[in-house]
Design a protein around this ligand. Structure first.
Ligand SMILES: Nc1ncnc2c1ncn2[C@@H]1O[C@H](COP(=O)(O)OP(=O)(O)OP(=O)(O)O)[C@@H](O)[C@H]1O
Ligand SMILES: [Mg+2]
Length: 227
C-alpha cells in the first residue's frame, strides 16, 4: 500500500506585491511528496522554485490553495505552526545559513536545544559522523570548505529527524565531486529515514538521482517525469 504523502500542495497560487505591482510567483501548483521519495524541482531562474519551497516549509503562505504537511494545513494557528515547523521540517538553504560564531557541532545542536530535546550534544555529534565530519566538530564555519559547510547544514536540517526535508540548490555552490557526495547523502538519508525530500536545483546530476523531476515554468508545473 503506498504511504500517505507527507507534503501535499493543492492548487496553490502565490502573489507577491512590490511597489503596487502584483507578481504571480505560483499559478495553480499541485504536487505531493511521499516518505522515502526524493523529488527534484527544476526550471529557469524566477519560475517559482524557492517560493514553492518556502510555502512547503510553512515559512510563507499561499494566496489561495492549500499546503498540508503530514496532513496538517499550514493555515494552522501560530503556536501549532511553530511546532509543525520545528518537528516536521528540515531546511537546507543554498547559502548554508550557518551561524558564524557557532562551531559545527553547535550549529547542528541548535534545533535540538530549541526543541528542548535531551542529549543534544550526543545526537549532534552522531549526526556529524553520519555526514563524515568526524573530527571537525569544533571548527567555525569559516574554517570549513563549501562542501563541509553544506554537510553541516544538512546535518543540522536532519538532526531533529524531520519528516519533510526541503533543499534549495543544495549543490549550487559546490564542485561536481562534492556535489555528487551531497546528492548521495541526501538520497541515502531520504531512504534510510523515510523523509519526503523536495529539492530545487539547476543541476542535471541532481535531477538525475531524483525519483521524479517536476519542471516549472512561469509559476506553473509544465512537466512531471517519474522514474
Ligand atoms: N519576496 C518577493 N517579493 C516580490 N517578488 C518576489 C519575491 N520573492 C520572489 N519573487 C518573484 O517571484 C518569482 C519567483 O521567484 P523564486 O525565487 O521562487 O524563483 P526561483 O525559481 O527560485 O528562481 P532561482 O532559480 O533564481 O532561485 C520571481 O519573479 C521573483 O522575482
Ligand atoms: Mg530560488
Amino acid at each position: 500500500m503506498p504511504s500517505l504523502p507527507l507534503l501535499e500542495v493543492r492548487n496553490v497560487v502565490k502573489d507577491y506585491e512590490t511597489d503596487g505591482q502584483k507578481v504571480r510567483a505560483l499559478d495553480g501548483v499541485s504536487l505531493s511528496v511521499s516518505p522515502g521519495e526524493l523529488v527534484a524541482l527544476v526550471g529557469r531562474s524566477g519560475c517559482g522554485k524557492s517560493t514553492l519551497l518556502n510555502l512547503a516549509g510553512a515559512m510563507d503562505f499561499p494566496s489561495s490553495g492549500e499546503v498540508l504537511i503530514d496532513g496538517r494545513s499550514t493555515r494552522a494557528a501560530a503556536d501549532e505552526l511553530t511546532r509543525l515547523r520545528r518537528e516536521k521540517v528540515g531546511f537546507v538553504f543554498q547559502s548554508f545559513q550557518l551561524l558564524h560564531t557557532l562551531s559545527a557541532v553547535e550549529n547542528v545542536e541548535l534545533p535540538l536545544l530549541l526543541a528542548g530535546r535531551e542529549k543534544a550534544r550526543e545526537t549532534a555529534l552522531e549526526r556529524l559522523r553520519a555526514v563524515d565530519l568526524d573530527g571537525l566538530q569544533h571548527r567555525l564555519p569559516h574554517q570549513l570548505s563549501g562542501g563541509q559547510m553544506q554537510r553541516v547544514a544538512i546535518a543540522r536540517a536532519l538532526v531533529a529527524a524531520p519528516r519533510l526535508l526541503l533543499a534549495d540548490e543544495p549543490t549550487g555552490n559546490l564542485d561536481n565531486t562534492t556535489g555528487a557526495t551531497i546528492l548521495d547523502l541526501l538520497l541515502r538519508l531520504t531512504r534510510e529515514q523515510q523523509t519526503a525530500t523536495l529539492m530545487a536545483t539547476h543541476s542535471m546530476e541532481a535531477a538525475a538521482v531524483a525519483d521524479s523531476v517536476v519542471t516549472m515554468r512561469d509559476g506553473k508545473i509544465s512537466d512531471v517525469k517519474r522514474k
